[in-house]
Design a protein around this ligand. Structure first.
Ligand SMILES: [Mg+2]
Length: 250
């Protein structure tokens, strides 16, 4: 039986220095840093479990990172080479590292009834386009007032993540992209892990999954009977999640 394990990355399996919690020096693997500061690290045990998961199941990273940001992660350091990866919150499906044109066309088709990204960018003001799929802006000012209802009327939605805001087409989800991978691979069983409201649809679609207790999704009150919750936080939660996925994939 093929098991597909689709996982968010940031604050689920990898953590920045700020989000990591207590870390024992010498026990972590750093996959990305900005200057001297780690922006994505995990414990050695998490790294080993992910490598084992990658061998035992079809591990599919599913991230809101752009393709460029995803490629910045030194996943090779895990000894894992996921064949499929979902980037841009489902907007890009990498197959052997290359953006899949069929999925790109499907994403465009699904977003066709929503307002064009340029119109939303004009309403939002200063913002960054992520792989042409959605927008990210800083949450520091009053531009957010009335934004959510304005977006809802145009097929877009808003997710406020601490100091930044994601503005995405309603149709742009990790769950849809992972469903496409499931369709292509014929995977019989779907496991999922994620920490944010942008992971909720993926978790909901899974046969079983896990979320960290220190995640925004958990803080929002989101629960489901088939979704476990970690007891640890930060890097320790990442370790629990990787071990849980590996055990479920046995
Ligand atoms: Mg996350």
């Amino acid at each position: 039986m093929t098991v597909l394990a689709a996982t968010d990355l940031d604050r689920t399996l990898v953590h920045s220095a700020r989000a990591a919690g207590t870390v024992v020096p010498g026990t972590v693997v750093c996959l990305e840093r900005r200057g001297d500061v780690p922006t994505a690290m995990l414990s050695r045990r998490t790294a080993e479990d992910l490598a084992a998961l990658d061998r035992r199941a079809l591990w599919v990273p599913a991230t809101t990172r752009s393709v460029t940001q995803y490629r910045r992660l030194a996943l090779g350091r895990l000894g894992a080479r996921p064949r499929y990866a979902v980037c841009a919150n489902g907007g890009v499906l990498l197959v052997d590292g290359v953006a899949d044109p069929g999925w790109e066309a499907e994403v465009r088709r699904r977003a066709a009834s929503a307002a064009p990204i340029g119109e939303v960018a004009r309403r939002l003001g200063a913002s960054r386009q992520v792989d042409g799929c959605f927008l990210v802006a800083r949450t520091t000012d009053a531009r957010l007032d009335g934004l959510a209802p304005w977006c809802a009327g145009r097929g877009w939605r808003v997710d406020v993540d601490r100091d930044k805001v994601h503005v995405l087409p309603v149709s742009l989800t990790k769950g849809a992209a992972v469903a496409e991978v499931r369709r292509r691979t014929g995977a019989a069983h779907l496991l999922a892990a994620g920490d944010s409201p942008l992971d909720a649809d993926l978790l909901a679609a899974a046969d079983a999954g896990i979320q960290p207790v220190d995640g925004r999704l958990y803080a929002s009150g989101w629960r489901a009977d088939h979704i476990a919750v970690t007891s640890g936080r930060g890097v320790a939660a990442g370790e629990e999640i990787a071990a849980w996925l590996l055990a479920q994939a046995r």
